[in-house]
Design a binder for this molecule. Structure first.
Ligand code: Z5A
Length: 215
């Protein structure tokens, strides 16, 4: 069976990181070797770039700088983690990938979608996720979860943004899901944790079974 590339997407605080353990467990039960990773990050150099992206500083970060750093991190992540894993037949699950760039830098920051597409082609060539799990919840629900989680912790550069920014992120994601319904599965993440986990579990178990049939 060839490797599959699965991405997990959604706005701040929606519950992506929490659900990664469920995803890992379902894939293990399906007998699939799976590499769990994240963006921005996933390699030592990409994690350094993540620090640059998330740490608030006096010097404002122009949106173009933010966009290029996202793809710089992605380039090393792809070459050193994602592609080698897929080539040996492993499955890769990434907590965020390029749909986040379209939602955050494109929809929310207003960067040109055409420019993002040029960088996507340059860095990824033909590589795109096989399946994208989009966890979706109203912004006020997700931000309240993030607020509870972050108590006593330092706020990162994205967490300083206002609700309107995260509304644009959400609508950007939903628009992409509507454009590519065969790749996206939109999951209502506003429900209780165990219901969201159950939906993911059954959806992924079906996906693994189909992948085994198709090779
Ligand atoms: N970014 C970008 O701009 N462009 C890009 O191309 C990429 C990223 C790749 C870092 O991402 C930032 O980079 C991100 C976008 C930007 N900033 N933002 N926003 P990140 O993925 O590393 O961000 P994070 O801080 O790790 O994740 P997150 O989005 O804030 O949260 P989450 O992973 O979706 O949520 P969680 O930590 O799993 O859950 C939040 C809390 O809610 C936690 O206490 C859970 O226990 C609780 N929870 C989870 N699910 C539920 C349910 N169903 N009910 C009740 N409570 C729940």
């Amino acid at each position: 069976m060839k490797g599959r590339f699965i991405t997990v997407e959604g706005g701040e605080g929606v519950g992506k990181t929490t659900q990664l353990s469920v995803i890992k467990q379902v894939l293990a039960e399906g007998g699939v070797e799976c590499v769990m990773t994240r963006e921005p990050g996933g390699t030592p150099r990409a994690e350094q770039i993540r620090e640059l992206l998330l740490t608030p500083t006096q010097e404002p970060m122009p949106p173009t700088c933010e966009l290029l750093l996202m793809f710089a991190a992605r380039a090393t992540h792809l070459e050193n983690v994602i592609k080698p894993a897929l080539e040996r037949g492993a499955w890769v699950v990434s907590d965020r990938f390029t749909d986040a760039t379209y939602a955050y830098q494109g929809s929310a920051r207003g960067m040109s979608v055409a420019d993002i597409a040029v960088l996507e082609d340059l860095v990824q060539r033909s590589l795109r996720p096989d399946l994208t799990l989009l966890l979706d919840a109203p912004v006020e629900v997700a931000l309240e979860r993030a607020r509870q989680r972050n108590q006593g912790q330092q706020t990162d550069r994205f967490e300083l943004e206002r609700a309107g920014f995260f509304e644009r992120v959400r609508s950007g994601y939903l628009a992409r899901a509507a454009q590519e319904p065969q790749r996206f599965r939109v999951i209502d993440a506003s429900r209780p944790l165990k219901d969201v986990s159950e939906t993911l579990r059954s959806l992924l178990a079906t996906y693994v079974a189909e992948a085994k049939r198709h090779g």
